[in-house]
Each structure stands twice: as structure tokens, then as C-alpha cells.
Design a protein around this ligand. Sequence first.
Ligand SMILES: [Mg+2]
Length: 408
Amino acid sequence: MSISTADVIVTSPGRNFVTLKLVTSDGVVGWGDATLNGRELAAAAYLRDHLVDTLIGRDEDRIEDTWQYLYRGAYWRRGPVTMAAIAAVDMALWDIKAKKAGVPLYQLLGGASREKLRVYAHASGNDYAALSQAIRGYVEEGYTAVRIQTGVPGLDSVYGVSATAKPGEKYDYEPAHRSARPDEEEWDTPAYLRHVPTIFEKVREEFGPELRLLHDGHHRMSPIEAARLAKSLEPHDLLWLEDATPGEDQDAFRLIRQHSTTPLATGEVFNSVYDYQTLITERLIDYVRSAPTHTGGVTGMKKLLDFAGIYGIRSGLHGPTDVSPIGMAAALHIDLAIHNFGIQEYMPHSDLTLETFRTSYTFDRGFLHPGDTPGLGAELDETLAAQHPYTPAYLPVNRLLDGTLHDW
Ligand SMILES: [Mg+2]
């Protein structure tokens, strides 16, 4: 049998998603996710204009060979657009193979290594009262791990905190605004470094020692600033400090490690195992943060996590709402199967997104499970998708108070 059709579908049920649909000559359908937030049409064009014709007639069972054909065969390796396009093809092929076998994908990856997947929620607030109410809401829902993002006095908007959120309101943070050009935000690292440890002290005081706490620095600190924050947060026992400094400078993490035992996570903007090479072999991080959607799919992510596992580094896969439910499903099957699972990020998609994409994964008291539907257990309703055309939307850019462009 072989691949007979390949269609690229860009839809925007609340936000933009890029989906690949493969159909085999005997009618088996496979779905893949190539969503690249703010650059969706580049990933769609890569698939449509450069990959689709090479897929028709290929044996759908040859997943590793197809992955290598698209990765090595392009000559131009790596990069987020290339790796998102490869990811979509790879996920769709795994979906087809698992459907043909009549098993959920995790069974083909070695079977379940655990019963369920611990996830972390996103709590934020412009002040402590709002943040505390958000955390309490998640704890009542059964979450055992919460990412804490706080407003900073003197700054109008801060990454991870909704400017319009009401106290206790959840699932509210959507940074990619629908507009022809990005919003501009402002930033002041000294104010942030002074404020954040005081918030974590209050959270520990109110919620006790057992709740797992996480924080995302979102690439905004220099290495020595990151070291200072990691050191100042040590008494508050974080599960991880994420993206403390821009990760493409892998050597910079040595400096943070020299100063602190706060566990470190990075990699949501990475797309290849080579982006992690120094970080993993020198044990400079504790968690891998990529998403299968941006890392060459199930095949690319398995290679990366197997490599990390040799060095005792665990998964903390990216699970924002800017990967589609198909990409999220792929992450959950990998999480369930690998030995070195750490935790999974979980930001539920909107109701509109979940009407347009149907999934088999389930949430129960702070834990996810991919479900036992054959394949990935996620698919796109093409009729509904057609009702929501692509709308330009971009992540913000960020400037220091004097106007200098900074990392967002
Ligand atoms: Mg992050």
C-alpha cells in the first residue's frame, strides 16, 4: 500500500493551526500537526509546495526512511519550519501505522511505562491576591503542579499574565493577538528579579511544601541574572526554572549551574537533538521542553528523549495551545511510553478548538491519559475547519523601558 493523497489544512478555530491529512491507497487516514505560532503559512507552504508531491506513492509503513528522506534529503537541515513540516508527516505516518495495527500509538512505542501523566497548570495574576485565587482553583481541581507567573509592579503587561484576567479566571492567557503586526510589550529585568522571589515566598507560605511549583523566565535574563534568580528561588523548591536565559547559547547554562541547584528546563524553541547536545552531555539542564510538533514529530522526539535519558534528563514536553490537539496527542503517547518522563505541560484548548479537533485524551484530577483509540486518537473535522479561515496573529515583541528591543 502507499500514500495516495496529502492535504494541508490551515484553520483558525480561535487560533491558527496547520494540519496535514494523509490517506493511504486502502483508505486509512493519518493526521499530523505542523503549527508554528506566528509563522503558520511558512510551514503550510513548505508542506504544500515542497513535500506533498514527494509523499504520493511512498510506502506508508517506512516511517524512519521517510523521516531521513525529508531530513537528510532536503540538504538544508533543521530549522523550525522544516522540522514542523517533517513532524506533520511523521505524526500522520505513526497515526496510520497504529490504526492499521488497531492499537493506540503508545503501544507501538513500547507500551505504557505508567498509568497516567502528571501535568502542570498555568496560574497567573497581576497581584498576589489574583494569583493565589488562580492557584487555589487548580489545587481544588486536583492539580499537583502549577506554573507561577506574576505581574511586576511598574510594568503594564508581563509574559504569562493576562492583562484582562479577572481574579481566579483560568485558561485566559493568549499572547498571539489577531492583528497584522505584533503587539509591543515592555520589560525591566531588575524590577522582575526583585519581585519574583517575594511572590514564591508567599505561595509556599500559603500552599505548603508539597505543591510542585514551576516558573518560566522566557529567555529574558542574561546568564548572570539567571544565576541570581535561580539562586534566590532555591529556598522555594521549584520543580524547574524554565528558559532562564536564551537557550541557543548552550554554554551560558554552565554559569547558572555553577551558582544554583534549582532544576533547569529549556528547549521550547529548539527543533533538533543538536540544539541540546552540550546541555545534555554536560548535564546542564534537567528537563527537555520541546514539542513533537517542532522537533520532527514522534520519530524526532523519541531520538531526543532517548539521548536525554542516557544522561538522566527527563521530559517536560511543551504543551501550549499553539500546538494543535493532534500535536498534543502525539506528546501524550510519547510521555506514556518513555521511561524518562518528567511532567507534561497542559493548557486546555478552547471549546471551539476542541469542537473542530476531536480527541481521545482525558483529564482527571491533575493527570492526563492519551486514551485507547487506535492511532493518535485525534482528528480534524474538515467541515468545521472550513468555517474558520486563517487570520494573521503574532506573538508580541518586547522592549526595555528605554525602547531597546529585548527577548519576548
Ligand atoms: Mg515556556
